[in-house]
Design a protein around this ligand. Structure first.
Ligand code: GDP
Ligand code: ZN
Length: 283
């Protein structure tokens, strides 16, 4: 546990995040202070709706986002999963999709095909049969992976199976605030293997797309990219416009229809959030 030193303590924008790389000074009494906050390779941000609209940083230096879902218990939910991939995309982070609990139901390969055609690496896994676990381990080596996905899909089980005792090695970052109180940051980072780290974030589980621009929503679906120039209208939103190349690609099975549906829902949601009076809902 380390306290923030001098200047850093008074610059809230430089708040230390999970994943930050810092230089510590260890003092004679054994206390540590953070002397230097090193430049970040990436910052994962989440938009927060409501009164205190704003952007909240969740973790620094994340190299990839591992989006985990289950084929059953709970059932795979395309739209929910597409929200997780979209948040990663908007943050400019590579996505790996994990389809877990393959032992419980058929259909893992159909799910995998939808995300594979979106361009994502997809791993089909099962904790009891150990299917896909070594491939997953390979994807987690030597980088910082943020695990996210709905509750109960098996994220902790997968990580504990790959690295027994992991849960005992938790390293919650605790930062002493100006008032001297300790604030625990809502994400935990665990060493994984020789050089990797995994970050578990309760904060990403309830994702809003508030504040996403229409173009950002479109950019969060990388498989649309090859078709974007080919719509009849330059400003096509790929909703109901005639001669939409993206819709055409989905009808021909080049893009998963579920992904186009998710895109349209996120776009609608982003538009409604930007103009709260349209839905009549107060925010
Ligand atoms: P988390 O909330 O995503 O971390 O999910 P947990 O790791 O806590 O798992 C939720 C439940 O699913 C637990 O009862 C696990 O034993 C079970 N579970 C996890 N992975 C698998 C799997 O691959 N197959 C089956 N059948 N059950 C699993
Ligand atoms: Zn279009």
């Amino acid at each position: 546990m380390a306290a923030l030193r001098g200047r850093l303590k008074h610059r809230p924008r430089e708040r230390v995040l999970v994943g930050d790389e810092v230089t510590l000074a260890i003092h004679a009494d054994g206390a540590a202070t953070i002397e230097v906050l090193h430049p970040r390779r990436s910052v994962l941000r989440r938009r927060t709706p409501g009164k205190a609209r704003g952007i909240r940083a969740i973790a620094a230096n994340v190299d990839q986002v591992v989006v985990v879902g289950a084929v059953r218990e709970p059932a795979w939910d395309d739209h929910l999963m597409d929200r997780f991939t979209a948040v990663a995309e908007v943050n400019g982070l590579p996505v790996v999709v994990v389809v877990n609990k393959a032992d419980l139901a058929e259909g893992a390969s159909d799910v995998a095909a939808r995300y594979g055609s979106a361009g994502y690496p997809v791993l089909i896994t099962s904790v009891p049969t150990r299917r896909g676990l070594e491939r997953l381990r390979g994807h987690l080596a030597a980088c910082v992976s943020l695990f996210t996905g709905p509750t109960g899909v098996g994220k902790s089980s997968l990580l504990n199976e790959l690295q027994p005792g992991l849960s005992l090695r938790t390293a919650a970052v605790s930062v002493r605030s100006r008032t001297g109180q300790h604030t625990t940051v809502g994400a935990e980072m665990h060493p994984f293997g020789d050089r990797g780290f995994v970050v578990d974030t309760p904060g990403l589980r309830d994702i809003g797309v508030w504040g996403m621009e229409p173009l950002e929503v479109q950019g969060a679906f990388p498989e649309f990219a090859p078709w974007l120039g080919a719509c009849r209208f330059d400003n096509c939103r790929h909703v109901e416009e005639p001669d939409c190349a993206v819709a055409g690609a989905a009808e021909r099975g080049k893009i998963a229809m579920s992904r186009l549906t998710s895109y349209r829902r996120l776009l609608e949601e982003a538009a409604r959030a930007a103009r709260p009076w349209v839905s009549g809902r107060r925010r």
